[in-house]
Design a protein around this ligand. Structure first.
Ligand code: B12
Ligand code: SF4
Ligand code: SF4
Length: 374
């Protein structure tokens, strides 16, 4: 079983202007996608969680001001980095993180150039990124199993937004804490990130890269949001882990089959950008998010249908242990998953949540059938 992708060569840094959120926003994916992606959503939850389109009542916006900040000049001495690691992990969990790991921050984990929408507003779009912290602390926050099952709809969209806010809160709180200890620290989270969270999480020992291009963890499968704190606080790094994910994905292609836009590769891994992985069509994924007339703005089906996405029960923990034991076990588990957690179960219409149903559409807002005015 592989841990860190074995044939990793030199990996070139990625230009943030080329990531799909930005490509959609600046019109590289066509006018229809651009208009939908940059227009205010009909859904108040979207407007609360995503400050990009309507920057008024979004708590995430207020966290931007503490992503970076002054460092306390009276630094606490770090006598034993191992003790500091234990302390920081406890503090991160106290702030709400479900998983925490540490790795060395390598140059390719940092974007080469600024490419967020906020950068465009502040006239710094395209500026080179200077980030030379020694360590990256990866923070994972579990998303709700039930609400994600509605994907794609306004319901899982709200859950994803809530995950972004929660992980931003955890990362900013931890970065503030480290700066109060007297060491530089920056929080990276949705709308304020300069790093690639997934490879950082993998190198920091949270889990493995999967076919769906997400990190898969032992505890929550792919069902978690990530944030990162980069810092110069003296720490020690965790080692990458392997528990059968890459081997499982070689046998399974559920996410690829059930992806509504067919954006995930069904075949073998290829080596691209210096590491071995399954290629995905990121442009077609985000185009699909913006093409639906019901006007929700995302999708998470490649998380919900994944056999590693299960509620935390004893049988799931047992299955995770067995998946590490060899292909025979993996084939049996996949067979069981197909039998028990089949397509219908994962994509069921469900009972709804708040006033939302899976089929809630823009028309329901227009007719005031959802969030009616008092
Ligand atoms: C742009 C973006 C998208 C784009 C592009 C997707 C992508 N795979 O990059 C679109 C809009 C399609 C998208 C979709 C989704 N995204 Co997205 N996305 C991002 C974002 C903001 C930037 C990623 C980026 O720059 N990609 C461009 C290049 C680098 O992508 P790539 O070459 O395909 O590389 C991918 C992997 O191979 C890996 N990677 C890159 N370099 C290296 C090097 C090594 C050695 C290794 C091992 C891995 C690795 O990281 C990339 C992301 O997975 C990140 C946040 C962040 N800053 O990291 C979230 C993020 C990756 N997305 C996330 C999620 C969950 C999703 C969705 C499920 C949507 C949702 N509702 O939540 C789907 C999944 C689609 C998919 N199959 O990937 C999570 C992943 C959590 C997890 N468990 O892993 C992140 C980390 C957001 C977060 N804060 O939690 N997303
Ligand atoms: S988010 Fe949806 S459309 Fe995008 S890759 Fe995953 S399943 Fe496909
Ligand atoms: S659905 Fe199957 S192939 Fe896709 S990420 Fe999950 S285990 Fe891997």
């Amino acid at each position: 079983m592989s841990t860190w992708p074995s044939n990793s060569g030199p990996i070139p840094p990625f230009d943030q202007r080329e990531q799909a959120h930005t490509r959609a926003a600046i019109g590289k994916l066509g006018e229809v996608v651009q208009k939908r992606w940059t227009t205010e959503s009909v859904d108040p939850f979207r407007r609360v969680f995503y400050p990009e389109n309507r920057p008024y009542n979004s708590p995430l916006r207020s966290l931007l001001s503490v992503a970076e900040g002054p460092v306390n000049p009276a630094a606490a001495p770090v006598k034993e980095p191992a003790n500091m690691v234990a302390h920081i992990k406890e503090v991160a969990k106290f702030f709400g993180a479900h998983l925490v790991g540490i790795c060395a921050l390598e140059p390719w984990m940092v974007y080469s150039h600024k490419g967020l929408r906020i950068d465009a507003r502040k006239n710094r779009f395209g500026e080179p990124i200077e980030l030379h912290h020694r360590f990256a602390i990866s923070l994972g926050h579990e998303m709700d199993y039930e609400r994600l099952r509605y994907s794609p709809s306004f319901i899982d969209g709200a859950e994803v937004g809530a995950g972004y806010l929660e992980s931003a809160k955890i990362a900013t709180a931890l970065a503030c804490y480290i700066r109060e200890l007297g060491y530089p620290a920056t929080a990276h989270f949705h709308v304020a990130e300069r790093v690639l969270h997934v490879p950082i999480a993998i190198k920091a020992g949270l889990g493995e890269l999967a076919r769906n291009n997400c990190l898969i963890t032992r505890e929550f499968g792919p069902r978690l949001r990530l944030a990162t704190v980069t810092t110069d606080l003296p720490l020690m790094v965790d080692a990458p882990i392997a528990f059968g994910v890459q081997d499982f994905c070689t046998l399974c292609d559920k996410c690829a089959k059930l992806c509504p836009s067919q954006s995930i590769a069904k075949g073998d891994k290829v080596t691209e950008r210096g590491y071995s992985h399954w290629l995905a069509d990121n442009d077609s994924c985000i185009t699909y998010w913006n093409a639906n007339p019901d006007k929700w703005n995302d999708c998470a089906r490649c998380i919900t249908v994944c056999p590693w996405n299960k509620p935390d029960r004893w049988w799931f923990r047992l299955a995770v242990r067995l998946a590490a034991k060899g292909d025979l076990w993996r084939r049996l588990l996949l067979w069981l998953d197909n039998r028990i957690f089949d397509k219908k179960f994962h994509l069921s219409a469900g009972k709804g949540w708040l006033m939302y149903q899976r089929r809630t559409s823009a028309k329901d807002y227009e007719n005031h059938q959802i969030h009616p005015r008092a």
